[in-house]
Design a protein around this ligand. Structure first.
Ligand code: ATP
Ligand code: MG
Length: 237
């Protein structure tokens, strides 16, 4: 099995005086899809923001590809090959789909098979049809696809997806699941946060269950699906 590409140890995070994350430990292996499961307010987004260096107050260790991210700025972390798609889709209105994608372009250093517009449009056919449309005029699902595609333009080695299926129509959720599986097939490591256990189960290998800022359980998604106690205690289903 490939080694860990992202590791988080004894991570604590605060918003002002509120202590949100408590001694969080997670690992993401190369080529693995791992889900962070948890209800509203569990701390999933805070964990991703902490990893990306977006939180003013955090303690603990975050390592990516053997580098300590502790003192790095968000843009430096993203340059190391860790992409982040936040839960609020940040599409540029006034720029077309193609122009939004160009904003994310970065020359691949280590990727054997760099992402091109052609490959991204094959991954997200809806975007292909809309390539000359203003990003601000896309549907929610198309915007979500565009934010993921734009992150891929940076040729990351791993990607953090914050609730990729949230608020999307079922058919778009299916397409997103297909895309996540394609990323895994490309060898990307994916950490995604989800409230939708079914989406996580379809795409993920493993999951961490987060509740009130702590990791409560870690295991295969099959085991979580089958464990009614965990679902009742910590998840919305
Ligand atoms: P959701 O599924 O709703 O996105 P989440 O698991 O991502 O939830 P977080 O957004 O990480 O949860 O929130 C964790 C806790 O931190 C919550 O109690 C929330 O109210 C609090 N919180 C989040 N953002 C801030 C902020 N900017 N300032 C203060 N508290 C915050
Ligand atoms: Mg969130």
């Amino acid at each position: 099995m490939a080694g860990s590409i992202l590791s988080v140890r004894a991570l604590n995070a605060h918003y002002g005086r509120a202590h949100i994350l408590h001694d969080v430990e997670i690992d993401l292996d190369e080529g693995e899809v791992v889900a962070l499961l948890g209800r509203n307010g569990a701390g999933k987004s805070t964990l991703m923001k902490s990893v990306m260096g977006l939180l003013a107050r955090r303690q603990g260790f975050v390592g990516f590809c053997g580098r300590d991210l502790g003192s790095l700025r968000p843009y430096e972390i993203s340059r190391l090959g860790l992409a982040y798609v936040p839960e609020d889709r940040r599409i540029f209105s006034g720029l077309t789909v193609m122009e939004n994608l160009e904003v994310g372009r970065r020359v691949a250093k280590s990727t054997a098979n760099p992402w091109t517009l052609k490959r991204l449009f094959a991954l997200f056919p809806n975007l292909d049809e809309r390539r000359h449309v203003d990003g601000g005029r896309l549907s929610g699902g198309e915007q979500q696809m565009l934010t993921v595609a734009r992150a891929l333009m940076g040729n990351p080695r791993a990607i953090l997806l914050d609730e990729p299926s949230e608020g999307l129509a079922p058919i778009i959720v299916e397409q997103m699941a297909h895309a996540v599986k394609a990323l895994k097939a490309e060898g990307l490591a994916v950490l995604l946060s989800e409230q939708n256990l079914y989406f996580a189960h379809e795409v993920g290998d493993r999951a961490y269950v987060v509740d009130r800022g702590r990791i409560r359980y870690e295991g295969r998604l099959d085991a979580i699906m089958a464990n009614e106690d965990i679902r009742r205690a910590h998840l919305a289903v």
